[in-house]
Structures are given as structure tokens and as C-alpha cells.
Design a protein around this ligand. Structure first.
Ligand code: 26W
Length: 740
């Protein structure tokens, strides 16, 4: 980065009469010009991260920070009468759904920051995750036309485009390179599909609906599109650099599969080696078994991808044949283990391809994303495979980049840390732990900083949501994708119970509190959308009650995204992580709150367990049934209605007693029925944990009276959060999986 040149040119910019988009593009392009080339990769081993999603968020501030010019840009613009915060209007590039996609970007940031050669490969969607709007409390989806702001942080590589062939069409894959700045400059390469109207559809939408045959085939096309373009490029580069001794391919390339979406890359590697280089199938398969590694991000059955052979065969007959051949090889290899195990690990069975089983069989290493999750993979999801290949499975607890999730989004707390323990934690995050010795000493200063961040957040909410919250309020936040297993519905009931308790006087001496929700539901997920409507009804109802709204408020922020998350994690006091134990693979929002000084109110699930282990149970608030207790209750027979009494019965019955209106759609009655009546009622154990949840929320509320001791709990969380930097995670991948 030639900073001097950059700053000279920046000083020369004439800002008069230019709108924010013009300025955004001019400054970003200038930074790109001076930022320097992507660090060369010849002659060394490189890791490649294939992911269906990269939830980049807004690149502007993050990139200028990583290039090391953010403060100068702020000053130069101020000198020209421009407040750098106007670039908050530039929307996020939301090329991802949620956790898995954001994790991918944190990983790329950490690898660059650590000087490790990790490159991302994916799809450059024309429309990313939809923009959420609320119409009468219902979520509606608007297209996310993120490119209308321009895309100055990418370089279109016209000269490196390549074709991807299907049985029924040939598509051009055009690479766009997004430099990932750090100690070295890595590459995020996103392919755009071009060549025809049909072709363009492949990279038009993120996760197009897959409830029709056409939708499923489009999903398969997408997964193959970026997998094939990537594999072809890696093989081409290998031949150019090292010739055709493909047994050396794994020496220079390790490919990480981010969940099962890119798994067809395995079949594509075998296809190219066997058809274009006449490598024998067994040799090609063993090269693949040295090249790939696989990360699983979920145990939910509906997320474990399977594809009908007829769909794959329709557009990719050779890939179908190769996956069947691999399946036969696996069967032969496992024949010694008996019928049952062969069936459990089957790659191809009943005319279906089980993509996770293909990944597990071929990948040299398979990892889960938190200790508990990995244990569940080994003991349940992939039990048979684990018994056959015990050293294949390992844990890699997730992490988040502390550059975006502390240094950038919480400059004030970062400054306090600098003043307390020096600045070295920024480049070596493990030094953050030294803060533990000073938590008591700096508690007062922390309280001021948390108040500043809360004020900024509440000001932003006032602007965006038109709701005023006083800054003396205790802020509980639950921000994540809307899914039944994450139990936003349980929080909704808990808030109603607090409200009823305030109204009937059974709750006294309550610290004024606000519950902030942020969540998008998949467009086709009806029940999740009903929960959004329900929470919006509760918010309107409670906020309008003058008798209690000085004590309790509810805000459902609209169009929650990465940029909103940066403000909420910094300004919140309590992080709500209340999934049914055993269902949240890890969570990463939990780590962001922790690093910014919030206590976790959560169940023993995913990474919550490791957060509490490190920060201390006494500094967090754990409640709810454990995995073991749930298994026990399931076995004995769970009767949710037994857990309905008093105010929690009253809260749950607001779904059917007319307190709230679902506009005559019947979606609230349906929610009530799925908790109390259907086949497997309340399968996420909302009613089981609700009472304990309310008690815990009240315990937190009462503890908050003693501001200093509460602040020390919050600081203990921040001081023990170094482990959850993705720098630690990436160092572990580099050592235990990628051998970089
Ligand atoms: C629509 C098809 C689909 C199915 C599953 C798309 C994406 C998925 C992912 C597996 C969902 C996901 O993002 N999982 C989350 O991954 C995070 C990063 O590891 C974890 O922290 C979360 O616990 C997990 O839910």
C-alpha cells in the first residue's frame, strides 16, 4: 500500500457537488489502486475456501482500516467538510444467509491478517440476501440490489473467464477478485455466470427457492458452477507451474469445503483428472482424498443436503456417474464393517446422493465448529464413519475477526484496552487476556464506554425504527436468523411474562429494560414469519402502554444485517443465546457480544459452553435443559401442556385469546397448535425452558442494580474472549488441517 500516494491523491479530491455514491466509488477506487497486488501464490502450498456464501457486509470502513488509512481518510474528509459516517448509507454486500457465510469472511480476514495463503471462492450473486421490510408487522422481502452503489472493491478479470459445461447448457464463469487486506493480500474470487439469459440465472439469487424441481435443479447448477470453475482453475495453475505429476497436486493445494454446498468439487476434480489427463479412477480418487477437507455447520436433518439422482443426471450425467463410482468404492472399502454401517454411510442410496456422506468419505479431515457440535457429529450424525475413521474427525471451534468485531465497531473499548494493556493485542490477540488483571480497576471507565455505545445504538434505532429508548435502559438483544430452534418465540413469551408481572405488581423494583430483536426469516418459512409478526404485535402493544413503557420496551429492528450487528453487539448489555441445547452448532454472534463486554444469557449449547468455560459461569447466566436432560425427557415422553401455568400460560395463550391480531390469517393459532397439539408438540422445548428463562432474565435485571459488579462481569467476558478471535481458529486450521 503506497499510503503517501494515496493520501496525496485523496487530498486532491474535489468533493463539491458529489453525492455519497460518487464519493464512495472515487475513494474506494483510489484505495484499490494504491493497495497493491494480491500476494503471489506460486511455489507455496495454498488453502482454498469454497463457500456458497460470503457475508462480506460493508467493505468500505473495514478495508480502509485493514489498509491502515481509515483515520487519515476520516481527517481528510472532515477537512473537506465531509463526515465519513455518510458512507453508512452504502449498503452491505449481503452475499450470504447468516452464520456460515459470515464465518467465511472472518476466516479470510484472519488468514490475511496472519499472513497465511487462504483464498475464498464462491458466487457473485446479482442479488444477495433480500432486504427486509415490515408491512403491518409482517416481513416482506425486497431485492437486495447491492450493486447499485457500484462495486469499486472488486476487479473483473475478463482475461481469466472460463466455461462451465452442463448437459443442457454452457456457461461462462467470469471471476471478480476482492482483495483481502492484511499482513498479506489474499483473494476472494467470486464467479459471475454469463453467456445467456439462462446462464445469468445461475448467479442471480442467493439460495433461490428449492421447493420445486426447477428450484432444486437451479440450486445444483449453482453449486456445480463455482465448484467446477474453481477446480478447473486450480488444476490449470498446477499444470502451468508444476507439470502433470498430479500426485503432487495435494502438496500445493488443500481445498476446504464450507458445508456440503461445494461438495461436487470432489467429483469435478476426479472428472478432469480422468477425462482430460487420463489418470486412472482409483488414482484420481486417492488424489481427491489427499486434497479435500470438510466443515459441517449443522446437524438439522433438513440442512443435510441430499440430491435426487434424476436431477443431477439431467444436467450433470458424468458427475452423477462419478459420485456413484465413489459410492461403490466406499461400499467395497467398508464391506468389512457390515450392512448397517454401509447403509448409514452410503453416498448413493435409493436414487439419492447424500452429499455429507460423500464429503466425509473423501475428506482427509472433517471438523465440527464447536466442542459439543463435534461430539454430536462423532456420536450421532456421523457415528458409523467416526468408528471407521477415528482420526478423521476433529473440532475447530469457530471465531470472529476482532478487527471488524472489536477494533472497528468499538473504537472506544479498543482505546480503553490500549490504555490498560498496550496495543500489542491488536496484532497478537492472545495478549488481550492481560486485561483480566484490571477489570475491577477499569470498571467505571467501561461503564462510560458501554453507555456511549448504547447511546450511539439507541440514536441509530431512533433514526431507523422511530422508537425512543432512554440510555439508562438495560439492553437485552437477540439477533440472528429467525428459526424455531433459535427460540425467538420463547423470548417473546418471556417478555410478555415480564410485562404481565409489571402490570399485576408481582414484579417489583424492575430495572428499565429493552429487548432488541433482529432477524430475517427465509421467505418460504411460514412459521418463522409468524413469529416475526407475533413479536411485532407484542412490541406495539407493550411500547404503547404508558403505565409500563418507562420500564419495558421491545424493538424489532428492520433489515438486520452485518452493519446493524456491529452497532448492536457494541451497545448491548446482555446477549440472548437461547437455542434448544444440541441444535446450535456453534453460534458466532455469541462471541461478538462477549468480545464487546456483554454477559451471555444462554443455554448449554454450541459455543456458549466454551464461552462460559472461559469467562466463568459466575459472569454469565446459564439456564435451560441440557442435551442429556432433553434426551431423557424425550425418552420418558414430553407433555408440554404440563409446563403451562400462571403467567407463562397467560403469555402463551395470547396466541389464541385475541390479545393480538394475526390479521385473520390463523398463523398465531398454528403457532399455538405446534406447541401444544401437533404430533410431536413443542419439539424445540420452548415450554420446558420458559419458566427458567424468565427467572434468569429477572436475576440479570436485579444484578444490574449494582452497576459496578455487573460491569465487572461484562469486562470478564471481554477479557476472556481472545480464544474466540478467528485468528486462533485459523491458526488451528493451518496447523491441524491445512498444514500451511
Ligand atoms: C438453505 C440451505 C442451507 C442449509 C444450511 C444453507 C445454509 C446452511 C448452513 C449450514 C446454516 C448455517 O449458517 N449454519 C450456522 O453456521 C455457523 C458457522 O459455523 C454456526 O455458528 C451456526 O451455529 C450454524 O447454525
Amino acid at each position: 500500500m503506497d499510503k503517501k500516494e494515496f493520501l496525496n491523491e485523496l487530498n486532491g479530491i474535489d468533493v463539491r457537488g458529489k453525492n455519497v455514491i460518487a464519493l464512495y466509488n472515487e475513494i474506494s477506487s483510489l484505495a484499490m489502486k494504491c493497495a497493491g497486488e494480491i500476494t503471489p501464490t506460486e511455489g507455496t502450498r495454498n488453502a482454498y475456501y469454497l463457500s456458497m456464501e460470503f457475508l462480506i457486509g460493508r467493505g468500505f470502513f473495514n478495508n480502509l482500516m485493514e489498509i491502515g488509512v481509515l483515520d487519515e481518510v476520516r481527517k481528510v474528509l472532515a477537512g473537506k467538510g465531509v463526515d465519513i459516517n455518510i458512507f453508512e448509507e452504502i449498503e452491505d454486500a449481503a452475499l450470504g444467509n447468516g452464520g456460515l457465510g459470515r464465518l467465511a469472511v472472518c476466516f479470510l480476514d484472519s488468514a490475511a491478517g496472519l499472513g497465511l495463503p487462504l483464498h475464498g471462492y464462491g458466487i457473485r450473486y446479482k442479488y444477495g440476501l433480500f432486504k427486509q421490510a415490515f408491512e403491518n408487522g409482517y416481513q416482506i422481502e425486497l431485492p437486495d440490489d447491492w450493486q447499485k452503489f457500484g462495486d469499486p472493491w472488486s476487479i473483473r478479470r475478463e482475461g481469466e473467464k472460463r466455461t462451465v459445461k452442463y448437459a443442457d447448457m454452457t456457461v461462462t464463469a467470469v471471476p471478480y477478485d476482492y482483495p483481502v487486506f492484511g499482513k498479506r493480500i489474499n483473494r476472494l474470487r467470486l464467479f459471475q455466470a454469463e453467456g445467456s439469459e439462462e446462464a445469468r440465472k445461475i448467479s442471480e439469487y442467493l439460495y433461490p427457492a428449492d421447493d420445486t424441481e426447477e428450484g432444486k435443479i437451479l440450486r445444483i447448477r449453482q453449486e456445480y458452477f463455482f465448484s467446477a470453475a474453481t477446480v478447473a482453475e486450480l488444476i490449470e495453475n498446477f499444470v502451468k507451474r508444476y507439470g502433470k505429476k498430479f500426485d503432487k497436486f495435494p502438496k500445493y493445494n488443500v481445498i476446504q469445503l464450507n458445508d456440503t454446498h461445494p461438495v461436487m468439487a470432489i467429483a469435478e476434480l476426479i472428472r478432469i483428472l480422468t477425462t482430460e489427463y487420463s489418470i486412472a479412477f482409483p488414482a484420481a480418487l486417492s488424489i481427491a482424498r489427499e486434497t479435500f477437507a470438510y466443515t459441517n455447520h449443522t446437524v438439522l436433518p433438513e440442512a443435510l443436503e441430499t440430491w435426487k439422482e434424476e436431477y443431477v443426471r439431467k444436467i450433470l450425467p458424468e458427475i452423477a456417474d462419478i459420485m456413484i463410482k465413489v459410492s461403490l468404492c466406499a461400499e467395497k472399502e467398508l464391506s468389512a464393517y457390515g450392512e448397517e454401517r454401509i447403509s448409514e454411510t452410503a453416498i448413493y442410496k435409493g436414487g439419492q446422493f447424500y452429499m455429507a456422506n460423500l464429503a466425509v468419505y473423501v475428506a482427509k479431515k472433517v471438523n465440527g465448529v464447536a466442542k459439543l457440535h463435534t461430539e454430536i457429529l462423532k456420536s450421532k450424525t456421523f457415528k458409523a464413519a467416526n468408528s471407521i475413521y477415528p482420526d478423521k474427525f476433529q473440532n475447530k471451534t469457530n471465531g470472529i475477526t476482532h478487527r471488524r468485531w472489536l477494533e472497528l465497531c468499538n473504537v472506544e473499548l479498543s482505546g480503553l484496552i490500549d490504555r490498560t494493556i498496550g496495543e500489542s493485542w491488536r496484532s497478537d490477540i492472545s495478549r488481550l487476556s492481560k486485561l483480566k488483571d484490571f477489570t475491577r480497576e477499569i470498571a467505571e471507565e467501561f461503564i462510560q464506554i458501554k453507555t456511549v455505545k448504547k447511546r450511539q445504538l439507541l440514536k441509530y434505532i431512533a433514526q431507523k425504527e422511530n422508537i425512543e429508548i432512554q440510555e439508562n435502559f438495560l439492553v437485552y438483544s437477540q439477533i440472528k436468523r429467525l428459526h424455531e430452534y433459535k427460540r425467538q418465540l420463547m423470548t417473546a413469551f418471556a417478555v410478555l411474562e415480564l410485562y404481565f408481572g409489571l402490570k399485576d405488581g408481582s414484579i417489583k423494583d424492575f430495572q428499565p429494560s429493552v429487548f432488541i430483536f433482529g432477524a430475517k426469516s427465509a421467505p418460504s418459512y411460514k412459521r418463522a414469519k409468524a413469529i416475526i409478526k407475533f413479536i411485532n404485535e407484542i412490541a406495539a402493544y407493550i411500547n404503547s402502554d404508558a403505565e409500563t413503557n418507562g420500564l419495558l420496551k421491545v424493538v424489532f429492528v428492520c433489515n438486520y444485517n452485518v452493519s446493524y450487528a456491529e452497532k448492536i453487539v457494541a451497545g448491548s448489555d446482555v446477549s440472548l443465546q437461547v437455542s434448544t441445547a444440541g441444535l446450535e452448532a456453534s453460534g458466532t454472534g455469541n462471541m461478538k457480544f462477549m468480545m464487546n463486554g456483554a454477559v451471555t444469557c444462554g443455554t448449554m449449547d454450541g459455543a456458549n459452553i466454551e464461552i462460559v468455560e472461559l469467562a466463568g459461569r459466575e459472569n454469565n447466566y446459564i439456564f435451560g435443559a441440557t442435551v442429556e436432560e432433553i434426551a431423557d425427557i424425550k425418552q420418558k415422553g414430553y407433555k408440554p401442556a404440563e409446563y403451562l401455568e400462571g403467567n407463562n400460560k397467560r403469555a402463551v395463550e395470547t396466541l389464541i385469546d385475541g390479545t393480538f391480531s394475526d390479521g385473520g390469517t390463523g398463523i398465531f393459532k398454528e403457532l399455538y397448535d405446534c406447541l401444544t397439539a401437533y404430533g410431536e408438540p413443542d419439539c424445540y422445548f420452548v415450554l420446558l425452558d420458559l419458566k427458567n428463562y424468565v427467572q434468569t432474565l429477572l436475576e440479570i435485571n436485579y444484578d444490574y442494580k449494582d452497576k459496578k459488579s455487573f460491569a465487572i462481569k461484562q469486562l470478564e467476558n471481554a477479557a476472556n474472549s481472545a480464544y474466540f478471535s478467528s485468528d486462533r481458529t485459523i491458526k488451528e486450521y493451518a496447523k491441524d488441517i491445512w498444514d500451511l
